[in-house]
Design a protein around this ligand. Structure first.
Ligand code: SAH
Length: 387
């Protein structure tokens, strides 16, 4: 049996782990501090645990981040790591220093099953979920690297905006987010840990019950016709249902919070003033702020970034109707570390149409929406698994 990787256990899970060993659950608190505050992965050095317990831990458990395969540093200070996951894939993690902030963008899956039209990750297909330890391990590694640099500046924000759809890896992503907000571990504020989703509505409804963090939704279009093309998941959870789920999340987390609506601006596709006006109208019932992301190109992409004046006009149209809207600055694009550019190296398990056909035949399930040109039908079983 593989040893338990304790990096992936939140306080409740770690208490259960100790109880299962016949140990006092409060040891979980000591361990969380060692692992995440001190960045210590060697149980032998955790000197306020008994020697016997340290030895037992060493025998049954480990604390190990994914191995770093490569590290690139951008001219603007952005760092991108490729890390090896248990499934033999490589996922990418990006550190974005910005004034006093250090935002870490983590991956939650190797590849992505959703195949949004404008995202490089989706083009590679899907290879599997990351474990909670592999998600937290990205933060653990970056924190240790920053500490080793001796600049005294830790990670201040974590966004689940790397590779993958976190709400399709719900247990691991929410467990990881709980470690990030735990005062004994990373102690990040709930406003500084953001799970970003392409719109898995049922999981948005369950999110607040699992973890009190922030929510970003990748909207990208003000109507279903356009969103169906850009974000194929919309065919399953259309805009009305998605926004209803957002309202429910807002009701659960309370008055002063807002959803961040992300909107990638694609030249000639969703960037007109009519789109901006439709977006403003659509979002009126939802407490939200809007984050505009001028499209980040990647090889083979079918879209272009709008002119700066178009971005400004779109932004102004939203601001003038009373929205808090921001334009995301592109960071790290010289090392392909910007939004939608993360690809790592994954062995796709969804795109092999022959395998998918076999699977569909074996399950005797008709392939849904297979006729849609932008949809990789092989991606859908992963979506259905949550439904
Ligand atoms: N699956 C999650 C998180 C990953 S992507 C989600 O969909 O939210 C993080 C953000 O970058 C999303 O809003 C995504 O739509 C956006 N994005 C993807 N590709 C992009 C590109 N090429 N240019 C700009 N933004 C992009």
């Amino acid at each position: 049996m593989l040893p338990d990787n304790l990096l992936g256990l939140d306080r409740a899970a770690l208490e259960r782990f100790f109880a299962g060993m016949g140990e006092k659950p409060f040891r979980a608190r000591i361990l969380l501090r060692w692992l995440h505050r001190q960045g210590e992965g060697d149980f032998a050095r955790m000197t306020d645990l008994s020697r016997a317990l340290r030895e037992r831990l060493g025998a049954v458990a480990e604390a190990r981040a994914p191995e770093v395969l490569s590290r690139h540093c951008s001219a603007d200070g952005t760092v991108k790591w490729a890390m090896q996951t248990a499934g033999g894939n490589a996922v990418e993690t990006v550190l974005i220093p910005d004034g006093g902030r250090n935002t870490l963008c983590v991956s939650s899956q190797a590849g992505c099953a959703l195949d949004c039209a404008f995202c490089a990750t989706g083009k590679q297909g899907f290879a599997g979920n990351l474990s909670a330890a592999e998600i937290v391990g990205q933060v653990w590694h970056a924190t240790r690297e920053l500490a080793a640099r001796g600049e005294g500046q830790a990670i201040t924000n974590v966004v689940f905006m790397g590779m993958g759809e976190p709400l399709l890896n719900f247990d691991a992503a929410t467990m990881a987010a709980n470690v990030l907000i735990d005062d004994l571990a990373y102690g990040l504020s709930k406003r500084r840990v953001t799970i970003s989703t392409a719109g898995v509505a049922p999981r948005i409804r369950e999110l607040a019950g699992r973890v009190d963090c922030s929510l970003a939704v990748s909207l990208h279009a003000p109507d279903d016709d356009l969103r169906d093309e850009l974000v194929p998941l919309n065919r399953r959870y259309p805009i009305a249902e998605l926004l209803d789920a957002c309202s429910e999340w807002l009701a659960q987390v309370g008055q002063r919070r807002a959803v961040t609506m992300e909107y990638a601006l694609l030249r000639g596709v969703n960037d007109s003033l009519a789109h901006a006006r439709a977006l403003a109208k659509l979002l009126r019932p939802i407490r939200c702020k809007i984050n505009l992301i001028p499209f980040n190109p990647f090889p083979g992409a079918a879209f272009e970034r709008p002119a700066a004046a178009t971005v400004q006009a779109f932004h102004a149209a939203l601001s003038n109707t009373g929205y808090t809207a921001t334009v995301r600055t592109t960071r790290g694009d010289d090392i392909a570390a910007a939004c939608g550019q993360l690809v790592g190296a994954v062995t796709d398990r969804t795109r092999r149409s022959a395998r998918h056909a076999e699977r569909a035949a074996a399950a005797a399930v008709p392939v849904r929406i297979a006729a849609a040109p932008t949809v990789d039908s092989g991606a859908w079983p992963a979506v259905e698994a949550v439904g």
